[in-house]
Design a protein around this ligand. Structure first.
Ligand code: NAD
Ligand code: TYD
Length: 347
């Protein structure tokens, strides 16, 4: 099988590419990525010379390029992760999110439909999405696959739109598809603009920890390798035209999470207990900030036997250890453009 993975140089994509290259030597894995600020080939150094792996640099928004790629290479499956993925950036520049997340997805759908010429035997288009499409929960309840879409940020609106396009290609053209909507991921190779890696990096450098609003926002955190394992399972065994929610059964209020992170970092850095917590600073809230996300992952658990394999404490320890022993990676991704971004958002 020839499998196209888009966004494979990003955070989740790199874990998925590594898993697929290592577990399926009989497949050829093509990683299509245009290496935005979030894409980094250093994430894949350990597998880059594998015989069943090929990197393709290109933009999913470029229709001509995408059509040409699909006519040259006969893909059996597409696993689509390439996206603009950061809510704060979407508030600054919504149109970029429409281009990549909506137009990019429709380009890939068209190219799949046209190159497969309605002969869909053993073909599959897998769209990787987020729980943020469901909007915000109050204090109670969980997102199920039947929860109506109600996106609140330009990021989640663009992902919701792309989900709808994927479903419409299934209904209108018979394109075989599957969609998964996952909760917040964390782990190695996470770009330090999202909460956990940003705060690990700031603690290392004794910089303040900017907690938005009152810090009482709640997220459901999942270790990234557990997400990659879920994608692998759904790609191979998920039912056609179905949606699967993926979550960690692991809700944390931001402020409680940050305090736990500070505690572990003090221990790892041989700092006095309570030292990192002093870096916590409450800052202006994110506009339209969703109060709470939490996933009901019963369907994937019952149909495919998936559940998270590591506890949050284990996953956080692994993540922190990785960042502490990969200072070079962290230095590389936080040089250049990152400094401008940080100044703009936080000073
Ligand atoms: P990321 O920002 O780390 O990586 C995105 C990748 O896409 C990068 O390698 C980037 O270079 C590439 N890319 C961006 N625009 C492109 C374009 N026009 N053409 C080709 N490549 C392009 O994102 P991530 O956190 O790894 O998320 C991957 C996917 O999973 C996204 O679709 C996201 O919506 C979804 N998701 C993420 C989370 C999370 O917690 N991070 C949770 C649920 C779902
Ligand atoms: P983030 O990692 O951006 O993921 P998402 O917004 O997609 O859930 O943020 C996680 C939570 O942390 C969210 O409630 C916003 C909050 N947050 C802060 O309090 N400070 C920060 O500097 C960042 C980046 C996020």
């Amino acid at each position: 099988m020839n499998i196209l993975i888009t966004g494979g140089a990003g955070f989740i994509g790199s874990h998925l590419v590594r898993r697929m290259v290592q577990n399926y030597p009989e497949y050829t894995i093509y990683n299509l990525d245009n290496l935005t600020y979030a894409g980094n080939l250093e994430n894949l150094k350990d597998i880059e010379s594998s015989l069943n792996y090929e990197f393709v640099k290109g933009d999913i928004v470029d229709e001509g390029f995408i059509n040409d790629l699909f006519s040259r290479l006969d893909f059996d499956g597409v696993i689509h992760l390439a996206a603009e993925s950061h809510v704060d950036r979407s508030i600054e520049d919504p149109l970029e999110f429409v281009r990549t997340n909506v137009i990019g997805t429709v380009n890939l759908l068209n190219a799949s439909k046209n190159s497969w010429k309605e002969n869909y035997y053993r073909k599959k288009f897998y769209h990787v999405s987020t729980d943020e499409v469901y909007g915000s929960l109050g204090q109670d309840g969980l997102f199920t696959e039947k929860t109506p879409y109600n996106p609140n940020s330009p990021y989640s609106a663009s992902k919701a739109s792309s989900d709808h396009f994927v479903r419409s290609y299934g209904k209108t053209y018979g394109l075989p598809f599957v969609i998964s909507n996952c909760s917040n991921n964390y782990g190695p190779y996470h770009f330090p603009e999202k909460l956990i890696p940003l705060f690990i990096n700031n603690i290392i450098h004794n910089k303040s920890l900017p907690v938005y609003g009152d810090g009482k926002y709640t997220r459901d955190w999942l270790y990234v390798e557990d997400h990659a394992r879920a994608i692998d399972l759904i790609f191979h065994k998920g039912r056609n035209q179905e949606t699967y929610n993926i979550g960690g059964f692991n809700e944390w209020q931001n402020i409680e999470l940050v305090k736990l992170l500070c505690e572990i970092m003090d221990r790892k850095l041989d700092r006095e207990k309570g030292e990192s917590e002093k870096l916590i600073t409450y800052v202006k809230d994110r506009p339209g900030h969703d109060l709470r996300y939490a996933i009901d992952a019963t369907k994937i658990n019952q149909e495919l036997g998936w559940k998270p394999s590591v506890t949050f404490e284990q996953g956080l320890e692994k993540t922190i250890d990785w960042y502490l022993s990969n200072a070079v990676w962290l230095d590389h991704v936080t040089s250049g453009d990152y400094k401008e971004y940080y100044k703009k958002m936080y000073s």
